[in-house]
Design a protein around this ligand. Structure first.
Ligand code: HEM
Length: 533
């Protein structure tokens, strides 16, 4: 098992702390030997050559040479904070997850991020924001790895490399660094119309939040809850900020980018330091677990869909309070490793094809990013539940495992550590029936409607929000070099709404095309508006 000297906040304590961080009143080398000088290399006389035998020089420079690890392939720039999650118990009828039972307090770490920019990019760019929370529950780690937009660009994870290649800077000039205003992005989203819903959301005000403290968060996918009787319920997770949802306007965002590129991370850290702890309510929308996996005609397995809150109200289940800043950015915010597969009993996945790919991708990328398979042992990633696995050795192993029989069945280390299947506190995949079918590389027919949800979003916006959306599309498309991309995007907008299309067309000095599909007959969802619909 891992070292057991971990405080309730996940920090190593006692001897473990002394082993991994600074202690004592004098400077040493990495072996703990006291140094008398760290400012001069060992030389043959003050003007002579540096000697190869200078181990301190070599160790100091060698370590510096290896200080950098790869940044995250997406969501590279982020800021995090520790906190607590207090459950209300209101979800207890639909899930047996212990941390959602009445009045349970669970330590958490949350990391907010932009998606596209590199680690050193600026905060107030137009982008989706990540909102990832690690719950250190007594039943193991649960990660809710969401965004501040309730829908995603793609329906199938096999398209993730495509959408990210399109959104990242052009491979030739490596520009733009952190904006979406470029040809490859608009080329992709205009050709790949399932991206239309996510695109209109982040052309809206949610694309430039005022503060991490004033953002909603969404689990995006539909998950499956399992209660103590084994009954299942489909669910979407929501975070609702106590401070309300607020955004910057474009001109503010531009100005702040220049004046203070660290605006969002500074805001989060300063607020926490001042005791103005940000809070979010965790809420769930619940849906019957029917064989079709639909609700009011909305396919719950299609992650480009949201379910209007007017149709399925968000029910509060607990309160997140972020109350402690990290003491070391690298150790905590950079090394934290979230994963949608970190589940606890009572919370399970569905057959959303995007979620399936995420279940593979995070672990895979973290093996590279964090240097081998033992990153769950890093202090920020350690469960605060007992760990008794049979994983052994490997790069950067820091646990000193006991026993001789990391296999089962065994008769040497006291036999098996559990009786398979008998213990109801184990994570058991919900034994739901899977649909029958042929092996195909095809999307479900129900994934084909790409315009009615963006139209619902557009119709839900207030006049000022519509103005911002038209301004955002006009600015972004105005930065594209290719006229064909502008024209193709106008066609997409025509299929959402004529007023939207005409507004952007006018700004670009182009004719507004007619829709190529009938405009969807949908009701607005006032809850989507930040200023009351
Ligand atoms: C990182 C959200 C889809 C691959 C992240 C992070 C968030 C996030 C919040 C940052 C985690 C952190 O702070 O460390 C989402 C959401 C998605 C989505 C909400 C869709 C609903 C995908 C898909 C893939 C993917 C489809 C791949 C198939 C990654 C990778 C990272 C990442 C590789 C970097 C992880 C690391 O280096 O630790 N994602 N993502 N994501 N995501 Fe996603």
């Amino acid at each position: 098992t891992g070292p057991d000297t971990v405080s309730p906040t996940g920090q190593p304590t006692g001897a473990d702390q002394a082993r991994v961080a600074q202690s004592g009143s004098y400077l040493t080398n990495a072996q703990g030997t006291r140094l008398y000088d760290t400012d001069h290399s060992l030389k043959a006389g003050p003007r002579g050559p540096v000697l190869l035998q200078d181990h301190h020089l070599r160790e100091k420079v060698m370590h510096f040479d290896h200080e950098r690890i790869p940044e995250r392939v997406v969501h590279a720039r982020g800021a995090g904070a520790h906190g607590v999650f207090q459950s209300y118990g209101t979800a207890a009828s639909v899930t047996k997850a212990g941390f959602l039972a009445a009045d349970v307090e669970t330590p958490v770490f949350t990391r907010f991020s932009t998606v596209v920019g590199s680690r050193g990019s600026s905060d107030t760019v137009r982008d989706t924001r990540g909102f990832a929370t690690k719950f250190y529950t007594s039943e193991g780690v649960f990660d809710l790895v969401g965004n501040n937009i309730p829908v995603f660009f793609i329906q199938d994870a096999i398209k993730f490399p495509d959408v990210v290649h399109a959104a990242k800077p052009h491979p030739d000039r490596e520009i733009p660094q952190a904006q979406s205003a470029h040809d490859t992005f608009w080329d992709f989203v205009s050709l790949h119309t399932e991206a239309t819903n996510h695109t209109i959301f982040f052309m809206g005000d949610r694309g430039i939040p005022r503060s991490f403290r004033m953002m909603e968060g969404f689990g995006v996918h539909t998950f499956r809850l399992v209660n103590a009787e084994g009954a299942t319920t489909l669910v979407k997770f929501h975070w609702k900020p106590k401070l309300g949802v607020h955004s910057l306007v474009w001109d503010e965002a531009q100005l702040i980018n220049g004046v203070d590129p660290d605006f969002h991370r500074r805001d989060l850290a300063d607020a926490i330091e001042a005791g103005a702890y940000p809070q979010w309510e965790l809420g769930i929308q619940t849906f019957p677990d029917n064989p079709e996996q639909t609700f009011e005609g909305i396919d719950l397995l299609d992650p480009t869909n949201f379910v209007p809150e007017e149709l399925a109200p968000v029910q509060p289940v607990g309160l997140l309070t972020l109350n402690r800043n990290p003491s070391n950015f690298f150790a905590e915010t950079e090394q934290v490793a979230f994963h949608v597969g970190h589940l606890v009993p009572g919370i399970d996945v569905t057959d959303d094809p995007l979620l399936a790919g995420r279940l593979f991708s995070y672990l895979d990328t973290q093996i590279t990013r964090l240097g081998g398979p033992n990153f769950p042992q890093l202090p920020i990633n350690r469960p605060q539940a007992p760990v008794n696995d049979m994983l052994r050795d490997g790069m950067h192993q820091s646990a000193v495992h006991r026993g001789v029989a990391p296999y089962r069945p065994n008769s040497l280390d006291g036999g098996c550590p559990f009786t398979a299947g008998a213990d109801t506190s184990a994570f058991v995949e919900a034994p739901v029936r899977v649909p029958e079918g042929r092996k195909v590389r095809e999307a479900s027919e129900s994934f084909a409607d790409h315009f009615s949800q963006p139209r619902r979003f557009w119709l839900s916006m207030s006049p000022v929000e519509r103005e911002h959306i038209i301004g955002a599309y006009t600015f972004e498309l105005g930065k594209c070099y290719e006229q064909a991309i502008r024209e193709r995007t106008l066609q997409v907008l025509a299929n959402i709404d004529p007023e939207l299309c005409a507004g952007v067309a006018e700004g670009l000095g182009l004719p507004a095309p007619e829709p190529t599909v009938p405009l969807a007959e949908v009701e607005p969802s006032p809850a989507l508006s930040q200023v009351g619909g």
